[in-house]
Design a protein around this ligand. Structure first.
Ligand code: ADP
Ligand code: MG
Length: 338
């Protein structure tokens, strides 16, 4: 009898504890960094400390990596004031150069002089002449950056811009810090670069809206956990020239001209934020066919391409996790076997 009472007592205590902690502690913060809005939501005991430490770290990385902040390491390199950088900046430069090499220079972290001429850094847009562009392209070429550990040597006129990979790198750092604080469930949103730590607190997958690149709202939903999801598209930042041409902020390093190849957006899904960020930009520059060829030759990630002819091309590793919104019957989903 005593045993039964004790059993009931424990059962009751457990129920009460579960009721109290039915929804785990949640902590969120929103802030502006790296030229975009960011938000981090984490669940569980280490959530508050983890989220605060993460936000501090993202802002610290911005101070190191910003191409426009005169106090940053990248600014010091670009202005010839320094030739060595911190270990983390060196790590990201090495990563960007490696992906530049693997993607045939479609990602090129030395594109900055060209980007600046188009006005994407200041918002004072203009269309550079062909002569101006060919002059500026002489300073572009990732293969001429010499990186030896923390020592970086740029040739005359060359400038580094890690804008295409910095948010992904920061998201990896965010995940590392949150996990270090014991967080096993979190949603990191660094200006559209999404990184998911584990699943939702109730164990179900997160539901992420996939943005409509040619309108408002989403074209569908991705139901995923424990991964990074990064989208690149010209719709993010663009301007309309006096002749009506719309130019986006991702530049084809081969021509110095903003990408206009029929792709509206590229979403990359993998375990690593930095890889997703680098590849979403590079594949956007490659265009539909080259991007799919690159994916067939290189594993380790899934991709969703949206084209201006209404195709949604999705690799087989992620196809079952995507649901097209019923209101978007104009789009055709095609699964790509890899
Ligand atoms: P976003 O930063 O809008 O999320 P991306 O990750 O695709 O988008 O990065 C675009 C940024 O990368 C541009 O704003 C610019 O700073 C830089 N950039 C543009 N074209 C290239 C390129 N071909 N290679 C490397 N960086 C680029
Ligand atoms: Mg990118």
């Amino acid at each position: 009898m005593k045993k039964i009472c004790l059993g009931i007592f424990f059962a009751l205590t457990l129920c009460l504890l579960t009721a109290c902690s039915g929804s785990p502690r949640e902590y969120s913060t929103d802030f502006f960094a790296m030229d975009t809005f960011m938000s981090i939501t984490a669940f569980g005991d280490g959530a508050e400390e983890g989220v605060k430490a993460t936000a501090r770290r993202v802002m610290e990385l911005e101070r190191l990596l910003s191409v426009t902040d005169e106090g940053s390491e990248i600014y010091a390199l670009n202005s010839g004031r320094a030739s060595s950088v911190s270990a983390e900046t060196a790590e990201l430069i090495a990563f960007a150069l490696d992906i530049a090499d693997r993607t045939g220079g479609t990602l090129d972290p030395t594109i900055y002089p060209v980007l600046r001429a188009w006005g994407f850094t200041t918002g004072e847009y203009s269309v550079p002449s062909a002569e101006e562009l060919s002059g500026l392209l002489e300073s572009v070429g990732y293969e001429r950056v010499r990186a030896d550990g923390d020592t970086i040597a740029l040739s005359e006129g060359m400038m580094l811009d890690l804008g295409a990979v910095a948010k992904g790198f920061a998201a990896d750092e965010a995940e590392r810090i949150l996990r270090g604080n014991g967080v096993t469930s979190a949603l990191i949103n660094l200006g559209g670069n999404i990184q998911l730590v584990g699943s939702k607190p109730d164990g179900s997958d997160w539901r992420l809206g996939l943005k409509d690149p040619s309108g408002e709202g989403n074209i569908g939903v991705l139901t995923v956990s424990d991964c990074a999801v990064v989208t690149s598209g010209s719709y993010e930042r663009s301007f309309t020239a006096p002749d009506g041409t719309v130019y986006g902020h991702i530049i084809d390093p081969a021509s110095g001209i903003p990408v206009d190849n029929g792709l509206l957006s590229v979403t990359v899904i993998s375990d690593e934020g930095r890889l997703c960020d680098a590849l979403s930009t590079a594949l956007f520059v490659m265009g539909r066919d080259r991007a799919l060829e690159f994916r067939r030759e290189n594993g380790g990630f899934d991709v969703i391409l949206i084209t201006d002819s209404g195709e949604v091309l999705i690799t087989d590793g992620i196809a079952d996790d995507f649901t097209l919104d019923g209101a978007h019957s104009e789009l055709t989903v095609k699964v790509i076997e890899c």
